[in-house]
Write a protein that binds this ligand. Structure first.
Ligand code: GUN
Length: 297
């Protein structure tokens, strides 16, 4: 396997260490402890696991963690009332409403209720608008984590050809904005893209965020390209025993690793970076709300 493995777990640890230092600095020099509120609605098992990890890691870096659970049947007005209460609470610097929400709710309305200054997911239209027009707002955590890993690999990415497979508001579109800002030549591909194999084969950077197991074939990857796999898909693994499953990304890993220069594994690649960037965003939000600039050492 010639490709370098990009160790997202280790990278996320360095981000969390930096966050923990910043949190300690904020406490000692300003008497401020950043606070992150996580709101979850319903019993979706994957969401429960994500939220548990977010709450635990928030506490581990020394921040205050607030956790609110609602029944799946809660009405939207009650959820929005909680969001508005958190908007007004000075102990809360960041608010995250775990998605997906139950079908009877309009996710966009709930997200729009979050104060953009506390929107540590970067999903509010004010923040997506700022990202599209030059920055300064909160940047969604998964694309931010991907960008940090790419910058670590490449430094200056000016002029590189990047393809993003997937056009979601959460990953694909903000990732494209970030790579444009990094002076890449950016293609956004999706389920209707013609000649996807050819498009991928032309790219120096491939970000796969399409949500389909192993859709991007190893032999599509250009020799030496960097592959960032955002997908986390659970598929049957009968070779491990009856009813067993395993996690795979959106990229056929073994084949891609034969050709790529560097690649993220699944699990252990992008996943750990998402929560680390959520914690980083919470510090960024706290600093902005209090008009503080921390000295970096
Ligand atoms: N559900 C899956 N990923 C995310 C995320 O990054 N933020 C929120 N709010 N919900 C999610």
């Amino acid at each position: 396997m010639p490709a370098t493995l990009i160790d997202g777990k280790a990278f996320a640890q360095t981000v969390r260490d930096r966050v923990a230092k910043d949190v300690a600095g904020l406490k000692s020099s300003h008497g401020i402890t950043p606070g992150l509120a996580v709101v979850i609605v319903g019993e979706d098992p994957a969401s429960q696991v994500y939220v548990k990890n977010k709450v635990r890691q928030t506490a581990e870096v020394g921040m205050n963690s607030f956790h609110f659970e609602f029944e799946a049947t809660v009405d939207q007005a009650a959820l929005i009332a909680k969001v508005q209460e958190l908007n007004e609470d000075p102990a809360v610097n960041g608010i995250l409403v775990q998605l997906p929400l139950p079908k009877h709710m309009d996710e966009a309305s709930v997200i729009e209720a979050i104060d953009p200054a506390k929107d540590v997911d970067g999903f509010h239209v004010v923040n997506s608008g700022l990202l599209a027009t030059g920055g300064g707002g909160m940047v969604p955590c998964t694309p931010l984590g991907c960008l940090m890993m790419l910058e670590d690999q490449h430094g200056d990415m000016s002029g590189m050809k990047a393809i993003i497979v997937g056009r979601s508001n959460i990953v694909g579109k903000p990732m494209a904005q970030l790579l444009l800002d990094a002076n890449c030549t950016v293609t956004i591909a999706h389920s209707r893209t013609r000649n996807l194999a050819e498009e991928v084969a032309a790219a120096d950077i491939v970000v796969a965020a399409v949500g389909r197991p192993e859709m991007i074939k190893g032999d599509w990857i250009k020799a030496g390209a960097t592959v960032i796999d955002v997908g986390i898909n659970r598929i049957p693994a009968p070779e491990r025993g009856n009813g067993k499953t395993r996690l795979v990304g959106d990229v056929e890993f073994a084949g891609a690793a034969e050709r790529a220069g560097a690649i993220t594994p699944v699990p252990g690649g992008v996943g750990p970076m998402t929560i680390a960037c959520l914690l980083k965003n919470t510090v960024t939000a706290t600093l902005a709300q209090n008009k503080i600039e921390l000295q970096q050492d």
